[in-house]
Design a binder for this molecule. Structure first.
Ligand SMILES: CC(C)(COP(=O)(O)OP(=O)(O)OC[C@H]1O[C@@H](n2cnc3c(N)ncnc32)[C@H](O)[C@@H]1OP(=O)(O)O)[C@@H](O)C(=O)NCCC(=O)NCCS
Length: 375
């Protein structure tokens, strides 16, 4: 047994996969053979989800059938809606989503739940993918005493999700940028939450349990929670006076050895995240339309420049996403739930792959505690 420890499993290869790969050297995120940025520029979230789950971009017919399936399964069982209404109002939206996903498992037939065949898993994956936005948006609504908004199967995945969040139809520009964000989040190789899902799946626990574990992992500010933290940072800088306050704010936090959320990444720590570069163009487009947003985007640029100068760190996707979602008026508490709903496509594909080519994850330790103690 090798006794070499790799803290944080940095650079450890823990899975063989056909789903995605971060090619940091070439600054490319490969998803099922495609460049994720290309997909974000010219595809839709539903097509990318189909690609991740079924390993090919859908034909016209498949696209229509997939949209129908997602629409058919988007509603929540009444029992889940009831439970959401009973959650304590202090519940964090991400925790409500995690609990809701766990409860949904109970609405599967027990045999279907325990069936880990590709076919059964794909059917459950479509149901999880379809219901998660309804759950996320309406959990938030329940926690804030707002009426539920039912899914509209006639809308695209992004348009429907936004309508349930806003409680009214979203405009075309917001739908387009939200769809792009969902694609950027769709999969990212063996991210911490994906690994968590694969670890749970490796015991042949069911796909719901694996997704619940991933949801718990994604909440942390070092991972998915970074988009909410980034948004709160922009709000804080705005409250201190806007762009002119950005540099002093950052220098103060760096002097206190704080981490600035939305910067750095285990795989491309000192290289740009291609998703952040892509989404900067969306920030510029929003700034061009709205003078209030322009000041926030100016703050963004100062924050990026100071972090590069002071730490040599580049923004990851969570920095522009945190700001864009704020600027389009989505409540901050929903940012990480949105991340989960988008990442579902990749997570579900990884769980299916794990079940198909399974070996239990069970690493070892270097024990540094005492021995031979006596009672
Ligand atoms: C993502 C992250 C957890 C990866 O961390 P990691 O690979 O374990 O790297 P480390 O924590 O060992 O950091 C290496 C160095 O960079 C610094 N660093 C990394 N990210 C930083 C950040 N966001 N702000 C300030 N300093 C940072 C660390 O302080 C450390 O400096 P040191 O060597 O002087 O102590 C880390 O970059 C981070 O905390 N980022 C902020 C959270 C975030 O945006 N997460 C979303 C990722 S998509």
């Amino acid at each position: 047994m090798s006794e070499e420890i790799h803290p944080g499993l940095e650079d450890v290869v823990a899975a063989e996969t056909q789903i995605s790969f971060l090619d940091a050297e070439h600054e490319q995120i490969v998803v099922r053979g495609y460049d994720l940025i290309e997909l974000a520029r010219s595809s839709t979230y539903a097509d990318v989800a189909h690609l991740l789950l079924f390993d090919h971009v859908p034909s016209e017919e498949e696209r229509a059938a997939f949209a129908r399936q997602l629409g058919d399964h988007a509603h929540l069982p009444e029992g889940v809606a009831d439970i959401l209404r009973r959650l304590p109002s202090d519940t964090v939206a991400m925790d409500a989503l995690r609990s809701g996903l766990s409860i949904l498992a109970g609405f599967e037939n027990a045999e279907v739940l325990a069936d880990h065949s590709r076919e059964a898993n794909l059917a459950k994956a479509v149901r999880i993918l379809a219901k998660s936005p309804t759950l996320a948006a309406n959990a938030y609504r329940a926690l804030h005493g707002q009426p539920f908004v039912q899914p509209n199967p006639g809308l695209s995945f992004a348009a429907n999700f936004l309508q349930m969040i806003y409680g009214r139809p979203a405009d075309a520009e917001t739908i387009a940028v939200f769809d792009r964000i969902m694609i950027c989040y769709a999969d990212h190789e063996l991210a911490n939450s994906t690994f968590a899902a694969r670890i749970v799946a490796s015991t042949f626990a069911d796909i719901y349990g694996a997704i619940v574990a991933a949801t718990a992992a994604l909440k942390g500010p070092l991972h998915g929670g970074a988009n909410e933290a980034a948004a709160r940072m922009f709000a804080e800088i705005a409250s201190r006076g806007g762009p002119a306050a950005a540099e002093p704010y950052l220098l103060e936090r760096l002097a206190a050895k704080d981490r600035i959320m939305g910067f750095g990444h285990r795989v491309y720590m000192h290289r740009p995240d291609p998703r952040a570069d892509l989404l900067k163009a969306d920030l510029d487009a929003i700034a061009a339309r709205d003078p209030d947003a322009a000041a926030m985007v100016q703050t963004y640029e100062i924050v990026v420049a100071v972090m590069e100068r002071e730490k040599g760190l580049h923004p990851n996707a969570d920095l522009p996403i945190g700001l864009i979602l704020s600027l389009v008026g989505i409540p901050i508490d929903l940012f990480t739930p949105i991340f989960l709903c988008a990442r579902n496509a990749g997570l579900l594909a990884h769980v299916i792959e794990q079940h198909e080519h399974n070996r239990l994850y069970r690493p070892r330790v270097v024990y540094t505690g005492p021995r031979d103690r006596r009672l």
